[in-house]
Write a protein that binds this ligand. Structure first.
Ligand code: G6P
Length: 369
C-alpha cells in the first residue's frame, strides 16, 4: 500500500496532487489547440441529438452533482440551451417530465451509483438519449448509456472525490465547447481562446497546488471551528458547495455552501467570530459583488478566508487569510479554485487525526438505495 501511495501519507493527498496529470490525460487526443478542434470518439451517433436538443438534464449524486452544477453554467453560457441539474434520487422518484429525444447526462465517478443508474434506466425507457460521463471503464452506467465520454482520471481510492471531479469538469467543458461550436452559439475567436486556456489549466492547477504548505498553516488556525460557511457567486457557487462537502466528509465539521448573495436571507444570522467563512472570490464578472459580501461578513465580526486571483490587492486588506490562485477564464476557474478547498479539508482532517481516505459512514460508491 505504501508503494501505491507513491510516497504520500494518504491516497487523498496523492490524488489531489495528481490533478495536473489527470486533467492532461483527460485532454489528450481530444483537444487540438493548433487545429482548433475537439475530438470526442464517445459522442458520434447521437451528436445531432445533443446539438439540436432544447433541454439538457444532468443527473448525479454527491461531488458528481456539483460537477453537473458547474456544467449547467457552462452549457447555458456556451450553448444557449436550458439546463437542469437533478439529484438522481429525487429525479427517479418524482415522475419527471421526460420527452422523446431529451438529452440526459449521467455523471458518476464509479459508474455504479444505484440512484443514478436507475434514474437513467427509467428515462431511457421514456425515450431520452443518455450520455454517461464516468471514470470507471465498463461500469454499469456507461453500459446503460447510449454514448458517453470517460474521464480517464485513473483509479480514485480516497472515498471523497477529488481528481474525478476536475476530470468531470474537463470532459463536460470539452463537450459544451464542441457542441457550442457545432450549434454556432460561440464565435471562432472565443472558441479558440477557450481551447488555448483549457490547455493551460493543468499548469495553473499545479500552481494552485504549490500553495499546499500555506494552506496547511491556515488549516491549523481554523481546525477547531465547529462550523464553516463556503460562499461563492456564479462559477464560484458550485465550488463553494463542493468545498463544504469536502470539509464535512473529511473532517466531520459542519459546513454549508451557499450563493454569497443569498446569505442575507438567513445565514448572516449565524455569523460571529467563531464562524469562519470561506469565499471563492477570484477576479471575474461578479468580483465587485463578492467584495461587498466579504465586507458584510467582516462588519459582523466574522473571520474570512478568501480564495483570490493572483495579485489581488483589495481582498487581502479585508480578509483574515487569503489563498492566491492563478487567473483563468471564469468558465474554467472551478478546476483551479476547488484545489485550495480540497487541500484545506485534507489538512484539517489529518490534523484532527481522522482517516481521510475512509471517512466514517461513507462509501466510495453507493450501490444500494
Ligand atoms: C459517494 C462518494 C462521493 C461521490 C458520490 C457519487 O457518496 O463518497 O465521493 O461523489 O458517491 O458517486 P459517483 O461514483 O456516482 O460519482
Amino acid at each position: 500500500e505504501a508503494i501505491e501511495k507513491g510516497g504520500y501519507d494518504h491516497f487523498m493527498i496523492k490524488e489531489i496532487h495528481e490533478q495536473p496529470n489527470t486533467i492532461r490525460d483527460c485532454l489528450r487526443g481530444r483537444l487540438d489547440v493548433e487545429a482548433g478542434r475537439i475530438t470526442l470518439g464517445g459522442i458520434r451517433e447521437y451528436a445531432a441529438n445533443l446539438n439540436n436538443t432544447d433541454r439538457i438534464v444532468f443527473v448525479a449524486c454527491g461531488t458528481s452533482w456539483h460537477a453537473g452544477l458547474v456544467a449547467e453554467y457552462v452549457f447555458e453560457e456556451l450553448c444557449r440551451v436550458p439546463v437542469e441539474v437533478e439529484y438522481a434520487s429525487e429525479f427517479r422518484y418524482r415522475n419527471p417530465v421526460i420527452r422523446e429525444g431529451d438529452v440526459i447526462f449521467a455523471v458518476s465517478q464509479s459508474g455504479e451509483t444505484a440512484d443514478t443508474l436507475v434514474a437513467i434506466e427509467g428515462a431511457k425507457e421514456k425515450g431520452a438519449i443518455i450520455f454517461g460521463i464516468c471514470n470507471v471503464v465498463g461500469s454499469s452506467i456507461p453500459r446503460a448509456s447510449h454514448e458517453g465520454v470517460y474521464t480517464h482520471a485513473g483509479p480514485e481510492i480516497g472515498v471523497a472525490s477529488t481528481k474525478a471531479f476536475t476530470a468531470q469538469l474537463t470532459v463536460l467543458t470539452l463537450i459544451a465547447l464542441k457542441s457550442a461550436h457545432e450549434r454556432g452559439t460561440i464565435d471562432d475567436k472565443r472558441f479558440r481562446e477557450l481551447l488555448a486556456e483549457l490547455y493551460r489549466i493543468p499548469e495553473k492547477v499545479k500552481q494552485a497546488l504549490d500553495m499546499d504548505e500555506h494552506i496547511r498553516k491556515i488549516a491549523g488556525k481554523y481546525k477547531d471551528a465547529h462550523s464553516f460557511l463556503f460562499l461563492g457567486r456564479r462559477y464560484g457557487f458550485p465550488v463553494a458547495l463542493e468545498g463544504a462537502l469536502k470539509l464535512k466528509e473529511i473532517s466531520y465539521i459542519h459546513a454549508e455552501g451557499y450563493p454569497a448573495a443569498e446569505m442575507k436571507h438567513g445565514h448572516i444570522a449565524l455569523v460571529d467570530e467563531n464562524l469562519p467563512s470561506v469565499f471563492i472570490a477570484t477576479r471575474d464578472s461578479s468580483y465587485e459583488k463578492i467584495v461587498s459580501n466579504i465586507q458584510e461578513i467582516k462588519a459582523r465580526g466574522g473571520k474570512v478566508i478568501a480564495v483570490v486571483s493572483e495579485g489581488d490587492d483589495v481582498i487581502p486588506q479585508m480578509a483574515d487569510d487569503v489563498i492566491e490562485v492563478p487567473e483563468t477564464d471564469e468558465l474554467l476557474m472551478p478546476m483551479v479554485s476547488v484545489i485550495p478547498l480540497q487541500l484545506l479539508s485534507y489538512h484539517i482532517g489529518t490534523m484532527k487525526g481522522y482517516n481521510v481516505d475512509q471517512p466514517r459512514n461513507l462509501a466510495k460508491s453507493v450501490t444500494v438505495e
